[in-house]
Ligand binder design. Structure first.
Ligand SMILES: Cc1cc2nc3c(=O)[nH]c(=O)nc-3n(C[C@H](O)[C@H](O)[C@H](O)COP(=O)(O)OP(=O)(O)OC[C@H]3O[C@@H](n4cnc5c(N)ncnc54)[C@H](O)[C@@H]3O)c2cc1C
Length: 150
């Protein structure tokens, strides 16, 4: 597991700034959204309720389309240094089929998710781990926000 990542600013500092986008969750979807929005000039805050990196149950198989997305985002080194996956074997009794997995690789989520967030931070995204987000109704009580560990 990579070393824990630190917040790039405090929650109090984050509250004092105007954000174009707050992205909730630093999985591949959130990390990539934050990265791409920041590259388009948006002020982006990315929050993650877990300390980061966090454990994530996953087979860690990335197909060719996913690998291409990462390459285009400047994360080609992560893809190209990962072990290749050639085929998926399905067995039942004495039968077996092999499905080709062209261009697929195996990347641990620890490495993948961390590298995406690091790339996002390098692009100007601010990141706060150990921070839960909650949507409130219009007249909601701000004290309902819970903040852990900072
Ligand atoms: C057992 C298993 C095996 C899998 N194997 C594969 C595989 O081999 N290949 C593949 O491509 N896909 C696989 N998947 C699917 C893959 O894990 C998901 O598609 C992927 O994780 C989705 O990414 P995400 O960023 O949308 O969500 P996630 O990776 O789940 O990230 C969401 C993040 O949001 C955070 N969060 C949630 N709510 C809040 C909140 N209120 N405030 C702050 N943070 C919050 C969570 O802590 C989490 O870190 C597998 C899934 C499972 C369960």
């Amino acid at each position: 597991m990579n070393r824990p990542m630190r917040a790039t600013l405090s929650l109090e500092e984050a509250a004092d700034q105007p954000w174009d986008v707050v992205v909730v969750g630093a999985g591949p979807a959130g990390g990539m959204a934050a990265l791409l929005l920041s590259r388009r000039g948006r002020r982006v805050l990315l929050v993650e309720r877990s300390s980061f990196p966090r454990d994530k149950a996953c087979g860690c198989c990335l197909n060719e389309a996913g690998a291409d997305v990462l390459r285009r985002a400047g994360l080609g080194d992560v893809v190209d240094s990962a072990p290749r996956l050639d085929q998926l074997v399905l067995r039942r009794h004495r039968s077996e089929i092999r499905l080709a997995l062209p261009g697929s690789v195996c990347i641990s989520r620890d490495v993948l998710d961390t590298r995406i967030v690091e790339q996002a931070i390098a692009a100007g995204v601010h990141f706060i781990p150990s921070c839960s987000a909650r949507l409130l109704p219009d007249n909601g009580d701000v004290s309902a926000y819970r903040h852990h560990g900072l």
